[in-house]
Write a protein that binds this ligand. Sequence first.
Ligand SMILES: NC(=O)c1ccc[n+]([C@@H]2O[C@H](COP(=O)([O-])OP(=O)(O)OC[C@H]3O[C@@H](n4cnc5c(N)ncnc54)[C@H](OP(=O)(O)O)[C@@H]3O)[C@@H](O)[C@H]2O)c1
Length: 214
Amino acid sequence: MNILVVGANGRTGRHLLPLLKAAGHTARAMIRNYDQRGDMVALGAEAVAGDLEKPLGYAVGDNRACIFAAGSGSKTGPEKTIDVDFHGAVRLIETCERKKIRRFIMLSSMNTDEPESGPEKLRHYLAAKAAADERLRQSLMDWTIVRPGYLSDEASHEMLEVSASLGGLEGAGSISREDVAKVLVACLGRDNTVGKTFDVVDGKTPLEEALDSI
Ligand SMILES: NC(=O)c1ccc[n+]([C@@H]2O[C@H](COP(=O)([O-])OP(=O)(O)OC[C@H]3O[C@@H](n4cnc5c(N)ncnc54)[C@H](OP(=O)(O)O)[C@@H]3O)[C@@H](O)[C@H]2O)c1
């Protein structure tokens, strides 16, 4: 299946590309800086130019599915967060709808339900992600919203805790970006995750068994 990866050059995105190739998919890495093309090809993907702040019809193209792993990052101000994490995500969702993309997997975040209860500096980010997630839920695509805890660069160990109930995971757990990438790719082949929103952190259950419980 041809999969558009948005945020492909990011720390999670770079894990996604070889995983998609190993799973037999064609990964199309959307990059806004074409100097990154060589890296994307080395990771097993095709590269396509695209920027969430600009029209996306060309980048979305004829793919069958889209994984959103982009974000404005913690160093940008609130305006850029709204532009990328909300308006950019909605632009992508609406372009995917127009282009008849069937499957959309969103990398979101835990605690988006209650932005006001998050740390002051994260509230605008959590609210932007929550609004984009809500727009995705209204789409007719087969969507999945994956909400990890704090992202680390630790090695994957494929042992997780997941919850599809609001506030089902207590506290603020973490999870490696590599394991998040494995979850996002696994969701592509799992009908039980369609139309679901779930939280995920490090835990004690093997990855596939944890996803069976969604
Ligand atoms: N950090 C956490 O603890 C945490 C927790 C839960 C969820 N999350 C979510 O997980 C996402 C991925 O995290 P990460 O650490 O892997 O991200 P990252 O390394 O910061 O990568 C973000 C990617 O988004 C791309 N991007 C930014 N603006 C864009 C635009 N206008 N158009 C197209 N692409 C754009 C960046 O492109 P360039 O390479 O060109 O800069 C980069 O490749 C975050 O954005 C966040 O929403 C994070």
